[in-house]
Design a protein around this ligand. Structure first.
Ligand SMILES: *[C@@H]1O[C@H](CO)[C@@H](O)[C@H](O)[C@H]1NC(C)=O
Ligand SMILES: *[C@@H]1O[C@H](CO)[C@@H](O)[C@H](O)[C@H]1NC(C)=O
Ligand SMILES: *[C@@H]1O[C@H](CO)[C@@H](O)[C@H](O)[C@H]1NC(C)=O
Ligand SMILES: *[C@@H]1O[C@H](CO)[C@@H](O)[C@H](O)[C@H]1NC(C)=O
Length: 498
């Protein structure tokens, strides 16, 4: 997906930035010590992976009251830093977003922060404390914050071992009429089904929550049943529900399906890494088919879906006009399943823009069907096919579909597909002839110098609009490397990502 790719790119770009400066955006550099552009930089501070000695920290703190949003991600912060940030919170009315993820603040650090948060001057709206080594001990104070701070709309507490008792304290805070929280992220928090009972009471009485991430907690079917009942009976208009890796089986699918068909507010639903299987997916699809369901994004990765499940999904893909994104990553769909999905893609009513089929046990045998689907489909923008053994033959077929005038594909991912130089002529034609194409991924392939030369030649063509040619773990000699480097200057918009 585009988002994931951007993240990857910025991570890889990190080591190139001098260690002496904050790693992230240029605006962060300017905000401490670069006078030019200071006006524009006042609002945001964005620093990642930078540790501060005492004097540098002092210097930074003296500038913090200018900012509306502060991100100090993975900066080695602890309790003493929290003292300064707490004073900031109690004095700076401008500060609305604070991101302290990936710092070992611990419970005592957060207790100190809460003092600032409880100050009437504090107007904070969004707080990130992901992976901060927190336990149930800090949840008492967070409960008080939830109860008294109605400005707070987003709270990210993922990757902290809050456990059943921590989760309970938070729910007590959420129950308070003052609490107006809209987004709550509790993935990897060691929550249990007891927490879901408390959360269900919240959902039965309050309507503010819009985004709820409960991924990677061992909830099980009984808890999910509770949750669904509360969503159905309560006033809540949830928009995004994340239940990845929550020990859910097909037994929960009837309840989830009822939520899908009765909650038009729900536009994003993720149930990845739960082995709901084909039987489960058939039930979910019934919910999606209901005209009341307005789902846009369905994340169904590693759900043990095979060909029969694809038959149901094809109907949804073909007819659900709100559905824009679907991920089937890590399901053994096989070529047989792909044949069904292609039927859905060919339906003139399909509105699907993004299809993830990474690691789906596909071979070259289904690529003619993909090609013929692409040649009649004008809405698909992103096709993620990496990790399937489709080989040169498969890619050549797919390229034929992409070259059809109807096809408006922008991103094509073909990494780890057993490719050699043989398919590069077809890829080169696509690069030249398809002005919509912006991203092409040929990572983990054996295209070698010969392949690289062909792709470079195509990129040089004035008709090529490609922005990213992605070539992780692909080998070539220094001669091919020169060709690739030469491209970077030639087209300002274009980048080779390695
Ligand atoms: C806060 O930090 C987390 C962890 O690095 C990151 O995923 C998130 O996007 C950040 N949010 C903002 C608004 O900076
Ligand atoms: C996390 O916090 C606990 C106390 O709650 C502490 O013992 C531990 O050293 C901290 N750090 C890590 C990496 O666990
Ligand atoms: C929910 O949590 C999972 C697990 O950490 C994460 O992968 C996903 O991006 C989160 N989703 C949202 C919308 O926050
Ligand atoms: C996956 O689904 C099949 C039926 O479609 C079932 O026989 C199998 O047990 C399931 N595997 C797991 C690990 O749940």
């Amino acid at each position: 997906m585009t988002v994931l790719f951007r993240t990857l790119k910025s991570c890889l770009a990190l080591p190139r930035v001098a260690w002496a400066f904050p790693r992230a955006a240029g605006r962060a550099l300017r905000s401490w010590g670069f006078p030019e552009g200071l006006e524009a930089s006042k609002m945001e501070l964005d620093i990642q992976c930078q540790e501060f000695d005492a004097s540098k920290w002092k210097e930074l703190v003296s500038t913090l009251n200018q900012h509306k949003t502060i991100r100090l991600d993975d900066c080695g912060l602890g309790v003493s830093h929290c003292e300064d940030l707490s004073s900031l919170l109690s004095t700076s009315q401008a500060l609305t977003e604070l991101n302290l993820s990936n710092n070992e603040l611990g419970d005592s650090g957060v207790d100190v922060l809460c003092k600032g948060l409880l100050n009437p001057n504090c107007n904070l709206q969004k707080l990130w404390l992901r992976n901060c080594n927190l336990t149930k001990a800090c949840c008492e104070n967070l409960r008080s914050v939830l109860k008294s701070k109605s400005s707070l709309t987003e709270l990210h507490l993922g990757d902290n071992s809050l456990g059943t008792l921590g989760g309970k304290a938070l729910c007590q805070g959420l129950m308070d009429p003052n609490c107006q929280l809209q987004s709550l992220q509790l993935q990897y928090c060691e929550l249990t089904k007891e927490n879901i009972e408390a959360l269900s009471s919240v959902l039965l009485t309050k309507s503010s929550l819009q985004t709820l991430n409960l991924s990677n907690n061992k909830l099980g079917d009984a808890a999910v049943k509770h949750l669904c009942q509360a969503l159905l009976d309560g006033p809540c208009n949830l928009q995004s529900l994340q239940l990845e890796s929550c020990d859910i089986t097909h037994a929960s699918c009837k309840d989830l399906s009822a939520v899908l068909s009765n909650k038009p507010s729900l536009i994003e639903f993720c149930i990845g890494e739960n082995r709901i299987g084909d039987a489960g997916i058939a039930i979910l699809c019934q919910g999606v088919q209901n005209p009341n369901c307005k789902i846009e994004k369905l994340w169904l990765w590693e759900c043990n879906i095979t060909a029969p499940g694809c038959k149901e999904l094809a109907k949804v893909i073909g007819t659900k006009e709100t559905l824009k994104e679907i991920s089937l990553l890590g399901n053994a769909l096989t070529d047989e399943g792909m044949e069904f999905l292609c039927q859905g893609l060919k339906d003139p009513k399909t509105k699907l823009e993004s299809l993830w089929l990474r690691d789906c046990d596909l071979t070259a045998a289904c690529c003619k069907s993909i090609s013929s689907a692409l040649s009649v489909n004008s809405v698909l923008k992103e096709l993620q096919m990496s990790g399937n053994c489709i080989g040169d033959e498969g890619v050549i077929d797919i390229c034929e579909g992409v070259r059809s005038p109807n096809c408006k594909l922008e991103s094509l991912w073909l990494g780890q597909s057993s490719l050699t130089a043989v398919c590069c002529e077809a890829l080169a034609k696509v690069i030249v002839e398809k002005p919509s194409l912006l991203e092409l991924d040929v990572s983990y392939s054996h295209i070698g110098d010969e392949g690289v030369f062909k792709l470079c030649e195509a990129v040089k063509n004035p008709n090529c609009n490609l922005k990213y040619l992605i070539l992780y773990d692909t080998y070539w000699t220094s001669q091919a490397d020169k060709e690739l480097k030469a491209l970077e200057g030639l087209k300002p918009e274009f980048q080779v990502v390695t």
